[in-house]
Design a protein around this ligand. Structure first.
Ligand code: KIV
Ligand code: ZN
Length: 517
């Protein structure tokens, strides 16, 4: 127990107060239930006096959520403390968290009170809170910028008045780790009754140091860390729960501390908070960002394939993710691409890696990231081309634009000879099919044309599906490319080759074209 760090989650209070739209009671209950599943020690459920809605949320959470201590926030004001006491009353274990500004900026400018007046207010408020609840937390707001002598006096007074937890907030995220650790250390060195309370920290992230400051404070004796899921909160947010918890878990070798958090619930909690709060998580966010377990560099991917810990300091499973993500790009090696194809269910015999890898690189160069559905499409298009096309589109150039007549030039190989034609049309696709017709001499009537984006991203692969009628029957052709005119040309060529095969091998074969003679 001595080495346990309590996790105090304030997503529903500090996090919620920074959202553009407040959460409904129902949404708060869903988050509180998940926080209980995550096994946080304390849930700060809201600020009961601030509105009837907030009172109701804290009160409902106190009634319904079992496991964590349910805490409510109150200024050092009688009305706040009474409202908070009432709201948390139904909880099996409740806590009142009361606070007042203690830095010179707060006492002189905001509160316009002397240090002695502040000390009296703290004493009275904590004594009142203790009448409602045995578990009382006190925070000297803006402690990070409070003179150390006054901070020591106020902490001693709060403990003497009955506070069981003293929380030291870096309210404006101004301190840096060594300095903040020093404040905590000084409190332990100078406050005579410090051992009668748990020392907590509450760090904001204005300089991006909230996690570092919290961890440094733990190293100097803090035993409760206040944090929020995904680091949401006032301005730049609070210390992120997932960062603090994983740092403590992973660096046990240095910190020698533990938490009671079920880390496998981290990802699920993060997604729930992201969705209900409508607060996106930046892709490169530590632990829970979309890229936190994604590898892009070919060198990294190769390393990961050989030994995961070359580039992963924790397993994706440890935070509740199924697996890491390998971003397939032109930097990915053929080993990586093949591994993904095998994962997608292709057997060694189906994969002609030398040929496939060239086509993969060509697509990756155009598209950037190649997704699984791109790979499947590439594999499928390879399989259909096994049927040996007779006509092959070697070159396509289309010019079109406002005030221009769309014109297409094609070069098509057939029987080892090259044929070139050009045509104008009503649009670039029409011009292209007419130019192809001029080469083949076929009469093909287009009955249906359908274009789908089949993969993601700006350079998504488009698939064109064409239904066409000829003397030989009705044929369906498909073509895939990042360029929709090229996809259309390939779809049309697919029809042409089916017609050619039918003419050569099929029953309906009739007249021969100039190219087939
Ligand atoms: O940042 C802060 O100081 C707070 C207090 C209410 C603890 O949120
Ligand atoms: Zn705060």
């Amino acid at each position: 127990m001595k080495n346990n760090v309590f996790i105090f989650d304030t997503t529903l209070r500090d996090g919620e107060q920074a959202l553009p739209a407040s959460l409904s009671v129902d949404q708060k209950i869903r988050i509180a239930r998940q926080l209980a599943r995550l096994k946080v020690d304390i849930i700060e459920a809201g600020f009961p006096v601030s509105s009837p809605g907030d009172f109701n949320s804290v009160n409902t959470i106190a009634k319904q959520i079992e496991g964590p201590v349910i805490c409510g926030l109150a200024r050092t004001v009688e009305e706040d403390i009474i409202a908070c006491g009432k709201a948390i009353k139904p909880a099996k274990r409740g806590r009142i968290h009361t606070f007042i500004g203690t830095s010179a900026i707060h006492t002189k400018r905001k509160l316009r009170k002397s240090e002695e007046e502040i000390l009296n207010i703290v004493t009275k408020s904590i004594k009142l809170a203790r009448k409602w609840c045995d578990d009382v937390q006190f925070s000297p707001e803006d402690a990070g910028r409070t003179g150390i002598d006054f901070l020591c006096r106020i902490v001693e007074t709060a403990i003497k008045s009955g506070a069981t937890t003293i929380n030291i907030p870096d309210t404006v995220g101004y301190t840096i780790p060594e300095q903040f650790g020093g404040i905590i250390q000084t409190l332990f060195d100078r406050v005579p009754n410090i051992d009668k309370a748990i020392i907590a920290v509450h760090c904001h992230n204005d300089l991006g140091l909230a996690t570092a400051n919290s961890i440094t404070a733990v190293n100097h004796g803090a035993r409760q860390v206040e944090c929020t899921v995904n680091g949401i909160g006032e301005r730049a947010g609070n210390a992120a729960l997932e960062e603090v918890v994983m740092a403590i878990k992973l660096r046990k070798d240095l910190l020698h501390k533990t938490t009671g958090i079920n880390t496998r619930e981290i990802m699920r909690t993060s997604k729930l908070v992201r969705d209900l709060c409508d607060m996106p998580v930046q892709p490169n966010k530590a632990i829970v960002g979309g890229n936190a377990f994604a590898h892009s560099s070919g060198i990294h991917q190769d390393g990961i394939l050989k030994a995961k810990n070359t580039y992963e300091i924790m397993t994706p499973q440890s935070i509740g993710l199924k697996e890491n993500k390998m971003n397939l790009t032109s930097r990915s090696g053929s080993h990586m691409v093949k591994t993904r194809l095998v994962k997608l269910g292709y057997s060694d015999e189906e994969i002609d890696m030398e040929n496939f890898y060239k086509r993969f690189i060509a697509l990756a160069d155009k598209k950037g990231t190649v997704y699984d559905d791109d790979l499947i499409t590439l594999m499928e298009s390879k399989n259909t081309s096994d049927l040996k096309d007779m006509f092959k589109l070697e070159y396509l150039n289309v010019s079109s634009g406002t005030g221009m007549i769309p014109t297409a030039t094609v070069k098509i190989s057939f029987n080892k000879k090259m044929f070139q034609e050009a045509a104008c049309g009503d649009g670039p696709v029409d011009a292209t099919t007419k130019a192809i017709d001029r080469v083949t001499g076929y009469t093909i009537e287009l009955q249906d044309y359908h274009l789908d984006a089949i993969t993601r991203g700006r350079e998504a692969l488009g698939r064109v599906k064409i239904r066409a009628k000829t003397d030989e029957g009705v044929f369906i052709g498909t073509g895939t490319s990042t360029d929709i005119v090229e996809a259309s040309a390939l779809g049309y060529m697919d029809v042409v080759n089916k017609v050619a095969r039918m003419k050569k091998f099929g029953k309906k074969s009739s007249k021969k074209t100039n190219r087939e003679r």
